[in-house]
Design a protein around this ligand. Sequence first.
Ligand code: GAL
Length: 824
Amino acid sequence: MFNLGSLVLWLVVILSCLSFCTGNSVTYDSNAIIINGKRRIIFSGSIHYPRSTDAMWPDLIKKAKDGGLDAIETYIFWDRHEPQRQKYDFSGNLDFIKFFQLIHDAGLYVLMRIGPYVCAEWNYGGFPVWLHNMPGIEFRTDNKVYKNEMQTFTTKIVNMCKQANLFATQGGPIIIAQIENEYGNVMTPYGDAGKTYINWCAQMAESLNIGVPWIMCQQSDAPQPMINTCNGFYCDNFTPNNPKSPKMFTENWVGWFKKWGEKDPHRTAEDVAFSVAKFFQFGGVLNNYYMYHGGTNFGRTSGGPFITTSYDYDAPLDEYGNLNQPKWGHLRQLHASIKLGEKILTSSTRSDRNISSSVTLTTFSNPTTGGRFCFLSNTDASNDATIDLEADGTYFVPAWSVTILDGCNKEVYNTAKVNTQTSVFVKEQNEKENAQLSWTWAREHMRDTLLGTGTFKANQLLEQKGFTVDVSDYLWYMTNVDIDQTSSPRDVTLQVNTKGHVLHAFVNRRHIGSEWANNGQSFVLEKPISLKSGTNTITLLSATVGLKNYDAFYDMVPTGIDGGPVYLIGSGNVTTNLSSNSWSYKVGLNGEMKQFYNPTFSSKVKWRPFEHKSIRRRMAWFKTNFKIPSGVDPVVLDLQGMGKGHAWVNGQSIGRFWPSFIAGNDNCSETCDYRGAYESNKCVGNCGNPSQRWYHIPRSFLSGDTNTLILFEEIGGNPKQISVQTITIQTICGHANEGSTLELSCQGGRIISEIQFASYGNPEGKCGSFKHGLWNVVNTLLLVEKACIGKENCSIDVTGESFEISDATSSLASLAVQALCSKK
Ligand code: GAL
């Protein structure tokens, strides 16, 4: 019979089921991450939500999913979420809850690395700078003030996720969370307090009851049940400190980051695939690409010193979200190939047989099902190998590669045999008016600071970030020097010892020099000056360029003139120490305070017509309007010709620029050998060019027909050279071996308009310089044209049959194609 009592009982059952029955349990053992009882290996990729815009997220997530990922990893960026103590911001591209929901909607998991110390080439490693000024605080150690703040923030993030039902146990996407970041790498100098701290981190994290496993990366003594994980270029040799923990590669560095003045990093698709395949060969369970999409350091978020605005990282998705081919596609095929063995890999015993000193056959076999899955690796950096596995076949394993054998007898993938297309992007100028921008300019008003007037005084040279709390890159240091009225002008040398990162010096309102160290560290500015009789004003403008983000006690590394000393050195080396003079201070630029960069306020600014002499003007603001480029291709600002400064589009910061900082001329070469261990200096490019010339303007920053671009230029440049361009796919190439399929695809709605080269036979060379080899099927071009012209994508089976030959030579054949993508 129906009664109220049974109704209540049912309601209780239904309500508890809502949180329990829809949830997924996440456990693990040494062979698998076990999600709802299903034994999984996981491919994941890092996409940091504030390094793109929320408008870009759905496309990035889709491309990650299409690339064969199961999960997306991100840090949580404390400084952005809590810019002032207990004043939080989760709006726009800081809405990580929305980001996680989108990932969930796409059917992917989330790895949430809270940190809240993140490193990440992010300003101050993700710590808000106000934290530095809290009385009694010491970062990342057993310190009450610090631990309290860390716990408050971590708890807040966890609670937000719980409220939005984002943990897997609640039916959400988060399957793993991380506390701290690579503390093990820097722990020793913190002594016993470091050990106490890491134990506290573990307990604090555990007490938050998130229902999914916690990890600590690079923490070989991780307190249980924290799982320690590995970061690096290769992690196949890593073993977790608990034999029951799964072996996880939390950061497989797919390339590297860039600093101002450095070259473009490049890690080949072959080598990344080699690292991943070897990791799974030797028992890996989870691989996360750091980064899958690197993106952009908008605003003043880049770490440092001297991390560039671009955080492209040579990731599978480039800075703008385009497929970085062949990397994206080669890894996609790798994921699919390893997934063929998922059941066996996660439930079998492994045996390794060394066939030679560099060739190893690893067999996973499941005694119950009899299933087998093999990896055959050749770690020799120069010698290829041909391996006879008797009944299981004979395999050609190029140097520095891993072959994946489904059923241990069928090659489904080799890390060095790249069948994916290469895509070449170009910068295009589609709107004529965006090439010839018309400029106005305004002065940065410096009368106050050049006359020595600040807002604060001290008889010492202060540390910069502590004083500015990093609300601006800029801090003015000003002092007066009195010279006896009766004496004649005195020629002396001004010597400023600064901790960095950039210094501009003025004496009696005149600029006398600017300087920085190549690595963004301490340097000495030394300039001859002439002091007049009476009062002389020395004005020093110190600028930071991204606060340090890594190392033991990195948070204490000083910035700015901090203690100097500042000397005047006269004839006969007579030295006057000005360090404890009365110094006036002022934080930031007047233009920053008045928001010159914001179109709403900039209408009040006196913008002057641009004349030839506006070129190379330092400490100046420049303004122009431009048209939104047609189409959907990503938009970039070409800042070639400019010095150093900051750029805003419609009031939104697109980051710092410094195109006058030229990358060194050494160590670039046309060829890049994927073989041999990668390190960040290997295969670099862009020698002798601006280390960053193009700056991403996300399309969502643009509106209507007229967009306002405002620049602050610190050291002088030529705005006349600036143009707005799009990043457009132009040439695509593929080179696939007999038995595989060559797939070609244009992006952005473009179609294949021309086949520039096609050869089935034994073609040689690479994209841009293919040539016919000793033999070639004459009508290859016609056949490829038939299959591809006018299409966005096409695919061709690379078999003798497709090319109408039955010759036995075809087993050594390959097909190379170079095509052009154009607008429909
Ligand atoms: C790791 C760190 C990451 C990132 C990476 C280099 O040490 O955990 O956050 O900084 O290095 O890109």
